[in-house]
Design a protein around this ligand. Structure first.
Ligand SMILES: Nc1ncnc2c1ncn2[C@@H]1O[C@H](COP(=O)(O)OS(=O)(=O)O)[C@@H](OP(=O)(O)O)[C@H]1O
Ligand SMILES: [Mg+2]
Ligand SMILES: [Mg+2]
Ligand SMILES: [Mg+2]
Length: 382
């Protein structure tokens, strides 16, 4: 019986993330064909795309509420209702309404029910506003980052749709949609090597056609799964034709690859470079936007992911919940820099996080990195 626990939730979560990835793919294609005028700035200065973040959040919120019942669904999500409900945001809202309706019309392709009639702006705003849970230590709530790596999305590069379910403070399942991370790893490396010099339009051409993937895992199952986005058309069946993934078996630091955020503002590159060097890493780090970094570890394409945000920045649960459970179930280890598991039970932030996050493909590398942090912390300039 225990085995079946969260089976329905997992199936629904995978299906809705497929719907969201298809939405993202369509919007990104259009966005890259036109200019950057779909990018507006939020108060925190992070770029947010019109159809993306809000549309994905509305779509997922609406689908979860339809399937499980509004009264049973509680969601902690990144986007709030402020920006989009302002009078001057009318055209933004129109755009979101159209994108959500277009996306929900395809829901049946993924084994989900489409709305009987077109949704109006009130229903869409309600769906976004319903994501107002603040999390915490008890009860059941979904955790959603509709688009993680908005910068990557705007650049035609890597980004992710991340959905997790938390019960009594523990992540019980996680789903990561990675629309630009194909089953074959080459494109991830291609981006890394070329994104400074290659026009984004050529990268976009490479990326189109649903060549991404969806990863998912249920906590305690010891299994993490990978499915191609192309298989979306076959999502009517469940269990589907996903395949098991496993972390890399490399534990020799000289052969290991470090994955870290692209933006210097998001992680201290010189500090992580110092750690990597002291542990004996020799390869160039792989800089990738978004939770695709967790996906890379879970798939065995890299061995270490580190993020050391600037002092004062508080990590949010939606930036990590889905990725952590997938890496752990694929055989990896994720902790803070003090070696403690991340605590998802304290609300929307990862409260009590000791300095930074270290995810490794196995305990040998993980112990080395924790040791290196311990040894070098005093001399660091964080
Ligand atoms: N200053 C600062 N420090 C640390 N982290 C920050 C900071 N600002 C933003 N964020 C959050 O980082 C999310 C993207 O992080 P990444 O690790 O993918 O960064 S990067 O795009 O690779 O540079 C990004 O998630 P999205 O907003 O969903 O894209 C943010 O939640
Ligand atoms: Mg954001
Ligand atoms: Mg995010
Ligand atoms: Mg986001």
């Amino acid at each position: 019986m225990e085995e079946d626990k969260y089976a329905k939730e997992l199936e629904v979560a995978v299906r809705v993330v497929h719907v969201a990835c298809a939405l993202c793919g369509r919007v990104q294609e259009r966005l890259l064909e036109t200019s950057n005028d779909h990018v507006v700035s939020k108060d925190d200065d992070s770029p947010v795309t019109v159809a993306e973040d809000f549309s994905v959040q509305a779509t997922i919120s609406w689908l979860l509420s339809e399937i499980f019942g509004v009264q049973n669904v509680s969601i902690v999500a990144e986007e709030d209702i402020q920006t989009i409900s302002k009078d001057e945001s009318a055209s933004l809202l129109d755009n979101v309404v159209n994108t959500v309706n277009e996306s929900l019309a395809f829901a049946s392709k993924y084994g989900l029910q489409s709305p009987e009639t077109t949704l109006g702006s009130t229903e869409i705003l309600e769906a976004i506003a319903r994501c107002n849970s603040t999390g915490g230590p008890s009860g059941r709530y979904w955790v959603l980052d509709p688009v993680d790596g908005t910068l990557g999305f705007v650049r035609g590069d890597q980004y992710a749709v991340a959905l997790a379910l938390i019960e009594d403070g523990k992540v019980v399942l996680g789903v990561l949609g990675c629309p630009n991370y194909p089953i074959k790893t080459e494109l991830l490396n291609y981006h890394y090597q070329h994104h400074q010099t290659t026009p984004q339009s050529s990268l976009a051409t490479l990326d189109t056609g649903g060549k991404g993937c969806v990863l998912y895992a249920k906590s305690g199952s010891g299994e993490a799964w990978l499915q191609s986005l192309i298989d979306g058309e076959k999502m009517l069946e469940w269990p589907n034709r996903a395949r098991l993934i496993r972390v890399s078996s490399i534990d020799d630091p000289t052969l290991a690859t470090l994955c870290e955020p692209v933006e210097r503002a998001n992680s201290n590159h010189s500090f992580t470079a110092g750690l990597a060097h002291s542990v004996g890493l020799r390869k160039q780090p792989l800089r990738v936007h978004s939770m695709v970094k967790y996906a890379a570890i879970a798939r065995g394409d890299a061995e270490i992911f580190m993020k050391f945000a600037k002092c004062g920045y508080k990590e949010k649960i939606w930036d990590h919940a889905a990725g952590v459970v997938i890496v752990e179930e694929a055989g990896g280890v994720v902790t803070d820099a003090g070696g403690r598991p991340l605590d998802f039970s304290k609300g929307m932030y990862l409260e009590g996080l000791d300095r930074g996050i270290i995810a490794c493909s196995g305990v040998t590398l993980h112990e080395k990195f924790i040791g290196a942090v311990y040894a070098s912390w005093d001399s660091s300039n964080l």
